[in-house]
Design a protein. Structure first.
Length: 224
């Protein structure tokens, strides 16, 4: 993960406590929003104010640590899924999908906020996606691509945008566990079909656009 400049470095011995605090704070931020005082965060996490300050420095530092915690949790789960040749590993994650509701509540808060922190999180999502997609390619479970960064960006934006829109249309958008469960029920199979079998009947459009871009680049090089 990319380190944030305002996040206090921690020792390995502190990591379990940091993870515990981040899990509690992430759930609280997802419910209550990010405009929180240290006193409110102390109550929400059950950790003394002095300990929070020692570990994270400020509410902003705790939010940054929560971003890292979220991304690391997603990276591990996605990497395990896309590198496994055993479908039962996917089934196990799906059976536990509602447990991701706090993470997704936090993600929704961040992306809908429209601030720099939310934009940074989207950038981290793209970095994350590129990492676990490349792990899948190396494992032989995913096809390689001519543009790893572009594919990662597309899938991060597809995934985040689709979930935000689905939640908006859900009968009870405040019940994140129900949103997550219904999202998987309604969209998982169409997504898997598209990713597995593709959409286009042939590669004519892809080849035409690739050739056009190459021709345009060649003309630009000639003019320069």
């Amino acid at each position: 993960m990319t380190a944030h400049p305002t996040t206090i470095d921690s020792s390995p011995a502190e990591q379990p406590l940091r993870d515990q605090v981040c899990a509690a704070a992430l759930e609280y931020f997802g419910r209550a929003g990010f405009d929180q005082s240290m006193a409110q965060l102390t109550t929400a996490t059950g950790v003394a104010d002095s300990t929070l300050r020692d570990l994270f420095g400020s509410p902003e530092g705790l939010r940054e640590a929560c971003d890292d915690y979220l991304m690391e949790t997603v990276r591990r789960a996605k990497t395990a899924a896309v590198t496994s040749h055993d479908p039962s590993s996917w089934s196990a994650q799906l059976a536990n999908i509602e447990s991701y509701a706090p993470l997704l509540s936090y993600l929704v808060r961040s992306l809908e906020g429209g601030d720099q922190a939310g934009r940074n999180l989207l950038q981290h999502m793209t970095d994350n996606a590129q990492e676990y997609l490349e792990a899948g390619v190396a494992a032989g479970t995913l096809r390689p691509t001519a543009d790893p960064r572009g594919r990662a960006r597309l899938l991060a934006m597809f995934g985040g945008g689709a979930f935000l829109l689905y939640r908006k249309l859900h009968p009870d958008p405040t019940d994140m566990a129900a949103v997550v469960r219904d999202y998987a029920r309604d969209l998982l199979m169409p997504t898997l079909e598209l990713y597995t079998y593709g959409l286009m009947a042939d590669d004519a459009m892809y080849r035409a656009l690739t050739d056009a871009r190459k021709e345009g680049a060649d003309h630009a090089d000639t003019r320069s």
